[in-house]
Design a protein around this ligand. Structure first.
Ligand code: SF4
Ligand code: MG
Length: 330
């Protein structure tokens, strides 16, 4: 199967007051059609930078992204604009910055106004259809968004994202500020929309309980790189990377969590992306660190005896089996 999105060896460094901030050091993974893929990690791990790169709002210094087999770096601008309609980004707090005097109908119509030429009646019809799909009362079409709550604003954002019939939606902490009941309703909505339109979702989140409920595969990021990429079942019952275990042991809201109150307690802050430790970047907080971890940086390899990929010397395969940084982290 051709991936919906292939992230190929992406890296991004910011230069700030003569210092290099290595926001993303290594990201490689595939996201397949119809799946819910999650990227998780603590704040400061590079998720935000990676999100902007996935949405192609920022061009990485290294690596590339392929969307439905097309390289975004090499696509002529005209085709890029066209392809852009097929992937949409949903933010945590939509419309923080939109003009308060815009009607809801107009907000939802905006992407259509930019990308397609439609008559007034046709436009209205498309907007009303999108509103119906996300469960917004059509009577709200001519209202201002002023007095709506977070969940309603989120539905407007979803309608707006759907209006161009995208194939892939990136959800950047989209559900984070909503209460569990609203979260659940929106997850059900995402699920319905996925089945109906064959959508692929990438959830960027720090909420492991939500990810467990809704995502098929998960990539764990630490200090700008992927340290584990695996399926839901493996991640939550038998994770391979000490950092994943530490993340799980820090969540009190997970049921049947084998790592609750385990030895894998995450102590201290992550090191600065300006000053990434030599060898394994996690070694300054890792309870299992060994001598080799200080000098040799582990690569993301297929895990011995379990599903998925980890970047840890504990899970190392004998060398020369395969090249780790190629495609197909399925
Ligand atoms: Fe810990 Fe070493 Fe594995 Fe890094 S490579 S996670 S320091 S055991
Ligand atoms: Mg962030």
């Amino acid at each position: 199967v051709m991936p919906s999105m292939a992230v190929l060896d992406v890296a991004q460094t910011y230069h700030h007051q003569r210092r290099a901030v290595k926001a993303v050091r290594q990201a490689t993974f595939d996201v397949f059609p119809g799946e819910n893929f999650a990227i998780v990690g603590e704040s400061g791990c590079g998720k935000s930078t990676l999100t902007r790169i996935l949405a192609w709002l920022e061009i990485p210094e290294k690596g590339d992204i392929e969307l439905f087999g097309q390289s975004l770096s090499f696509l002529p601008k005209k085709q890029l604009v066209k392809l852009r309609q097929q992937f949409q980004l949903l933010l945590q707090d939509p419309f923080n910055s939109l003009p308060p005097r815009m009607t809801i109908g107009r907000m939802i119509a905006e992407p259509l106004l930019i990308h397609q030429r439609l008559g007034k009646a046709q436009l209205r019809e498309r907007v009303l259809a999108a509103m119906a799909e996300v469960g917004l009362d059509p009577a709200l079409h001519d209202h201002l968004a002023l007095n709506l709550n977070g969940a309603q604003r989120q539905r407007i954002a979803i309608a707006r994202a759907l209006i161009l019939s995208p194939k892939l939606i990136i959800l950047d902490e989209t559900l984070s500020s909503l209460d569990p009941g609203e979260q659940q309703k929106l997850l059900e909505l995402f699920d319905r929309l996925q089945k109906k339109h064959g959508l692929t979702y990438i959830f960027i989140s720090h909420d492991l309980a939500m990810v467990r409920r809704s995502c098929d595969r998960i990539a764990v990021m630490y200090l700008g790189e992927m340290v584990e990429v695996t399926d839901n079942q493996t991640l939550f019952s038998n994770p391979g990377h000490p950092y994943t275990r530490a993340l799980l042991s820090a969540v009190s809201t997970l049921e049947d969590n084998p790592f609750a109150a385990s030895e894998y307690l995450l102590e201290g802050e992550p090191p600065s992306p300006i000053d990434v430790p030599q060898g394994c970047a996690f070694r300054t907080r890792c309870p299992r660190a060994m001598e080799i971890c200080a000098s040799v940086s582990p690569t993301l390899d297929r895990r011995e005896g379990a599903a998925g990929y980890t970047a840890c010397h504990l899970n190392r395969r004998p060398p020369a089996v395969e090249s780790p940084l190629t495609r197909g982290l399925a």
